[in-house]
Structures are given as structure tokens and as C-alpha cells.
Design a protein around this ligand. Structure first.
Ligand SMILES: NC(=O)C1=CN([C@@H]2O[C@H](COP(=O)(O)OP(=O)(O)OC[C@H]3O[C@@H](n4cnc5c(N)ncnc54)[C@H](O)[C@@H]3O)[C@@H](O)[C@H]2O)C=CC1
Ligand SMILES: O=C(O)C(=O)Cc1ccc(O)cc1
Length: 301
């Protein structure tokens, strides 16, 4: 049986993009949506992010076969709680959170009897809100599902089929492993971007005007990432604490080794690292995962 009715809770960048993508790519699926923010609900209705923007979380999920929670990871428990009274028996609950272990715990606590298939579309931008979404966001990008061993296979297959219908490639992973992998590939890079942009703006001997005027490519790329939503990223670091601290420990050691190499004039160490990292960039481009592809990073998003 395939899914015919989906409710989206949280109509910002990701919820809105899912709604638009469903309407465009899987138009036979009926969509409802709700957001805690009245202004977001109004904008979502204006943009037609879902077929019907409901007046309450209860109304949005009442007939749903799949509910996707698209709120900041720190709000997943509250969002799950808000649908507890009206969730139809047998409905699948999913989410899109950037960290998985603590989100799964929060959802399970609020909805102990629900069938839960957590998901993380590894696709996004630095923008947020109901104006930011676009239907192609998930095309050719990975979506990682992190179900428990006991989760019915049919529910996992149904959620996978929806993501594949939106153009995504699906992979299954243990939640703890997901959190470690994403700490390396996404969370720590964001932390580094927030740090370097903060450091640049705090330097006493370099003015803010100079930082803006002379920002070369590298710094500009960091400012894009450091413009990401503060609520979302505060929650990511607080919910993926252990994995982030583990990777940060390794990163700090490696940074100290580079500091030593620079101080000692040890060019070989610097050169060998830069040569090795260059091949990683090339592999990403060969995989087609770079953001420079034509349908990503369009100037209107
Ligand atoms: N922004 C990105 O690039 C990506 C984000 N994610 C994950 O997707 C989730 C949503 O992120 P975005 O869409 O970027 O954020 P967003 O800020 O654009 O949208 C979140 C929406 O949730 C609403 N909300 C907050 N608490 C709520 C509640 N209790 N009930 C109902 N609505 C509530 C807010 O009003 C807001 O409209 C987060 O968990 C994030 O970790 C996953 C992949 C990429
Ligand atoms: O905009 C960027 O560079 C991103 O890294 C987007 C992003 C943010 C959070 C995620 O969980 C997945 C993707």
C-alpha cells in the first residue's frame, strides 16, 4: 500500500520544500500542513506549500497516513506531543532532523505507540522560513533513514518510496553512526564557519569594513554557512553533543599539529595535507555532490 495522505508539521525551508516537491512530483498524494507560527501559516497558504494549511496540528494530522515533523530538532518533542491526540492509529511518524539519536528519543517519549521512521534529507541551504523552500531541493541528494531494528519493514519502505519519489537517494543507517558521520560532514564545518566569521568580526586591528571589502572566496563561503538559522544550529549542537565533541577533539589536535608545522617552517607537513584534501574535493565532484551543479544554489533561492 502506498501513502496517499501526508501531513507536514513545520512549514519552513524543509517542510515547505517537501510540500512543494510532493505537489509537483507526487501530485496524487493529498497534503496538509501546520506551523506553530501564524505568520508562517499565512505565507505557506499564499505560496501553496501544501494542499491545505490547517488551523491546528490536530486538524492537519487527523486523516494522515504519514506525518513528517519539520521543526528545529529541539522542538521535535513538542511537535510530536502536539499531534498525540489526533494521530490516527497505524499512521507513520517521520521527521527531517539533522541529528537523529536524541530526536528519536524525544518522539518516542511523546508518541510511545507510534510507528516512527526517522529521516534526514542531506540537502538544504543557509536560508530558512516558508519563502525559502523549492521543489527540487532533494533531487539527487541523499536521504538517510534511521529506523529501529523493530520498526516494520513496510513502514520503512513506504517512507523510502516517498523520498525516492521526490528525487532523493535513500540509505539506511544506525542513528548513532548517522550522528557521528554528520558531525564530521556537516555539524563541525558549520561550527568552524561560525567561529571564523565571529573571529574576523572580533579582531581589534582589522575593521569590519575591511573584512567585508577584502573578503576573498574562502571567507565568503564561510559567511554563507555562518548565515544559517541560529535556532536550528543551536539545537543541532545541543542534541548531537557527544559526537560533535568527539570530532571536535580530533579536529583540535589536527589544528594544533598544523600550528606546530607553521611555527617550525615544516612545509612538507602542510603540503602533504593539502595534497590529500584536494583528492577528497575531487571525489565529491565526481560523485555529483557539489553545490555547483546547475539546479542547486540558484540565485532565486
Ligand atoms: N535548513 C537545512 O538546510 C536543513 C534542515 N534540516 C532539519 O529540518 C528541520 C527544519 O529546518 P528548516 O526547515 O531549515 O527550519 P525553518 O526555520 O525554515 O522551519 C522550521 C519551522 O518550524 C516551526 N516550528 C517550530 N516549532 C514548532 C512546533 N512545535 N510545532 C509546529 N511548528 C513549529 C517554525 O515556526 C518554522 O516555521 C530541522 O530539524 C533541521 O535540523 C534538515 C536538512 C537540511
Ligand atoms: O547549506 C549548506 O551548506 C548545508 O550544509 C545545508 C544542510 C544543513 C543541514 C543539514 O542537516 C543538511 C544540509
Amino acid at each position: 500500500m502506498s501513502i496517499e495522505r501526508i501531513a507536514i508539521i513545520g512549514l519552513g525551508l524543509i517542510g515547505g520544500s517537501i510540500g512543494l516537491a510532493l505537489r509537483e512530483m507526487l501530485p496524487d498524494i493529498a497534503t496538509t500542513g501546520w506551523d506553530a507560527d501564524r505568520d508562517v501559516r499565512r505565507k505557506a497558504a499564499e505560496r501553496g506549500l501544501v494542499g491545505k494549511v490547517s488551523d491546528s496540528a490536530d486538524d492537519a494530522v487527523r486523516d494522515a497516513q504519514l506525518v513528517i515533523l519539520c521543526v528545529p530538532v529541539g522542538a521535535m518533542g513538542a511537535a510530536a506531543q502536539s499531534i498525540a491526540g489526533a494521530l490516527p492509529p497505524g499512521a507513520i511518524v517521520s521527521d527531517v532532523g539533522s541529528s537523529k539519536h536524541s530526536v528519536a528519543q524525544a518522539i518516542a517519549k511523546a508518541l510511545p505507540d507510534a510507528v516512527v521512521v526517522p529521516a534526514h534529507p542531506v540537502a538544504g541551504t543557509e536560508k530558512s522560513g516558508p519563502e525559502a523552500g523549492f521543489p527540487e531541493l532533494f533531487r539527487h541528494r541523499w536521504c538517510i533513514l534511521t529506523p529501529e531494528d523493530a520498526t516494520p519493514a513496510e513502514a520503512v519502505e513506504q517512507v523510502a518510496a516517498v523520498w525516492q519519489g521526490l528525487g532523493a537517494k535513500v540509505e539506511i543507517m544506525e542513528p548513532a553512526h548517522h550522528d557521528l558521520v554528520l558531525a564530521v560532514t556537516s555539524h563541525i564545518p558549520h561550527l568552524i564557519a561560525y567561529t571564523i566569521v565571529g573571529t574576523a568580526s572580533d579582531l581589534e586591528d582589522v575593521t569590519r569594513g575591511e573584512v567585508i571589502k577584502y573578503s576573498a572566496g574562502g571567507f565568503r563561503d564561510f559567511t554563507r554557512i555562518a548565515a544559517s538559522d541560529p535556532t536550528m544550529w543551536r539545537d543541532v549542537f545541543l542534541t548531537n553533543r557527544d559526537a560533535v565533541l568527539e570530532v571536535l577533539g580530533r579536529f583540535t589536535e589536527d589544528l594544533t599539529a598544523l600550528q606546530r608545522a607553521i611555527r617550525n617552517g615544516d612545509g612538507d607537513t602542510l603540503f602533504e595535507l593539502f595534497e590529500r584534501t584536494r583528492t577528497i574535493r575531487r571525489s565529491i565532484i565526481e560523485e555529483g555532490q557539489d553545490d555547483a551543479r546547475p539546479d542547486f544554489g540558484r540565485s532565486d533561492h
